[in-house]
Write a protein that binds this ligand. Structure first.
Ligand code: AP5
Length: 246
């Protein structure tokens, strides 16, 4: 249970912000708990759909890739260990990512459940997640499997631009910012991820097919996998997700 923010801190928060947080919490109170995993190759749309899902179902969004990149930028011991594998498009060790997720799911924002984006990526990670949830008397409710041909992904990955502070993602063809190179909300510069190039994409895809596809089979055996047509437009994919979770 999180400790309450000191009253002095709350006094500094704008009334409109407090009201919108209050309204958000009232809306969320009636939502059922959900524990959802998004699985799919690089560029399939996991990061694009997550914020929509997060708002609709009041879940926290835990993206191991984002967390690892933040650790790399901050040069923490975790980031130093993860950097080499990430730059090459390989997976970082199971122990590192399982440790991150174990901590992250305890956040108050995960009270209603979570969206796992990019985790589990190996069967070992899936088994550790299942054991962790079983300890809490819960389990994974749905695995959304973003099905898409590899040939579509290069254009998506090489055209992607990110606003590092917020994680907002753009695409020079499919989701262009209002002003080229700048974030729509803050006007700050957009960047391209170091691993978003055709060469590293090959290794990322190889890791996906070899190590992550078996995760889908692991959850198929448990009857919780729903396939999505991830080659469709973002709006169509959102509609399929809504159906899958209703
Ligand atoms: P991570 O950050 O998780 O990368 P990824 O899985 O490769 O996924 P991406 O973020 O590249 O793709 P996405 O599906 O989110 O696509 P997006 O929605 O942005 O992992 C990076 C690295 O971290 C790994 O290689 C590994 O080293 C390490 N790592 C992370 N988790 C790990 C774990 N659990 N274990 C071990 N190592 C781990 O879409 C892409 C682009 O396409 C965007 O520009 C978007 O605008 C556009 N787009 C999206 N949807 C559509 C659509 N429907 N139509 C047209 N364009 C679209």
């Amino acid at each position: 249970m999180a400790s309450a923010a000191p009253a002095a801190d709350l006094a500094d928060v704008a009334t409109t912000d407090l009201m919108s947080e209050l309204l958000h919490r009232m809306k969320c109170a009636s939502k059922p708990d959900k524990r959802v995993i998004l699985v799919g190759p690089p560029g399939c749309g996991k990061g694009t759909q997550s914020p929509i899902l997060k708002d609709e179902y009041c879940l926290c969004h835990l993206a191991t890739g984002d967390m690892l990149r933040a650790a790399v930028t901050a040069k923490t011991p975790l980031g130093l260990k993860a950097k080499e594998a990430m730059d090459k498009g390989e997976l970082v060790s199971d122990d590192l990512v399982v440790g991150i997720i174990n901590e992250a799911v305890k956040k108050p924002s995960c009270q209603k459940g979570f969206i796992l984006d990019g985790f589990p990526r190996t069967v070992v990670q899936a088994e550790k997640l299942d054991a962790m949830l079983a300890n809490q008397g819960t389990k994974v409710d749905k695995v959304l499997n973003f099905e898409i041909a590899d040939s579509i992904l290069e254009e998506r990955i090489t055209g992607r631009w990110i606003h590092p502070a917020s994680g907002r993602s753009y695409h020079n063809k499919f989701a262009p910012p209002k002003v080229p190179g700048l974030d729509d909300i803050t006007g700050e510069p957009l960047i391209q991820r170091k691993d978003d190039n055709a060469d590293v994409l090959k290794s990322r895809l190889e890791a996906f097919h070899k190590q992550t596809k078996p995760v889908v089979d692991h959850y198929k055996e448990r009857g919780v996998v729903v396939g999505l047509h991830a080659e469709k437009s973002p709006q169509e994919v959102s509609a399929e997700i809504k159906n899958a979770l209703s």
